[in-house]
Design a protein around this ligand. Structure first.
Ligand SMILES: [Mg+2]
Length: 274
């Protein structure tokens, strides 16, 4: 039985995973502690469903997860007897869909590109070798990174003016965008905060106590909505040693450590007095 009094929601790239190597070895002590205490660790990433599944296996993680910046919530069928409403059952998961459909985003991307004339390139237009070069992912992971369902990551080749024009155009299409460490993400109404809130409500409805403390850890702007909805929010340092300065949340704890080093410190610190 899980100890659902605490639930930890975490970003992956640059937070639990090292920005360059994608390793979580620096966070092993804290990961082990969460496993020992039965605290659910919910991966909440801009990564695709299939990319996250690889890390769930590596982490022996059997918990629900959130893909593509809150595009969808995946709850393993039969997870702890949990009951909830969902949009479909797929691949052994109850899927709650929040984001827009991928093809609609691709069509909008083409229109925005034509209208603005700005040089932008989405993840489906890169070759596997180019994604490997750009991200440092393995070829297998680069392939899985292209398997999008609810968001469209892309790169802008232009100056600050181009970025502003592009973002205004995206909003005028009724769509939204957020920034991860490497890509800008074109998306609909989803964000990590909405997805976390949906999952927390499900946990609460299924918990006899209904008292749950939620913890969130992130590093980039796309983590802001998640950090706004959790009870305890932690910001780790980015690869360059700085904090994302656009993240401002009441009570935010700035952890002195880059990526997984900071993650380890923050999570171990949660249980210091327990
Ligand atoms: Mg990140």
């Amino acid at each position: 039985m899980n100890n659902r009094k605490i639930i930890v929601f975490t970003d992956m790239d640059g937070t639990l995973l090292d920005h360059s190597t994608y390793s979580f070895s620096e966070a092993e002590d804290a990961l082990e502690l969460l496993r020992k205490k039965g605290v659910p660790l919910v991966l909440c990433s801009s990564k695709s469903r299939d990319e996250i599944k690889v890390y769930r296996k590596k982490l022996s993680n059997k918990e629900p997860f959130i893909s593509e910046n809150g595009g969808a919530v995946f709850i393993p069928e039969g997870y702890d007897g949990l009951k909830c409403e969902f949009d479909k059952i797929d691949d052994g998961y109850f899927v709650i869909e929040i984001g827009s459909k991928y093809q609609m985003l691709v069509d909008a991307f083409e229109k925005i590109k034509r209208k603005t004339g700005i040089n932008i390139k989405n993840i489906a237009e890169f070759t596997i070798d180019e994604i490997v070069e750009l991200t440092g992912l393995s070829r297998e992971e680069a392939f899985l990174a292209q398997k999008r369902e609810y968001t469209l990551p892309f790169i802008i080749y232009g100056g600050e003016d181009d970025v502003k024009i592009l973002k205004d155009e995206i909003l005028s299409f009724g769509l939204n965008y957020t920034e991860g460490a490497r890509f800008v993400h074109l998306m609909g109404g989803n964000d990590k905060g909405k997805a976390v809130k949906i999952l927390v409500d499900i946990f609460k409805e299924n918990s006899p106590e209904k008292r749950i403390t939620t913890v969130g850890l992130g590093d980039s702007l796309n983590d802001l909505p998640m950090l706004e909805v959790v009870d305890k929010a932690f910001l780790v340092k980015k690869e360059a040693g700085n904090y994302e300065e656009r993240i401002k949340v009441e009570g935010l704890v700035y952890i002195d450590g880059i990526g997984p080093v900071g993650w380890n410190k923050a999570v171990l610190g949660l249980f210091n007095n327990n």
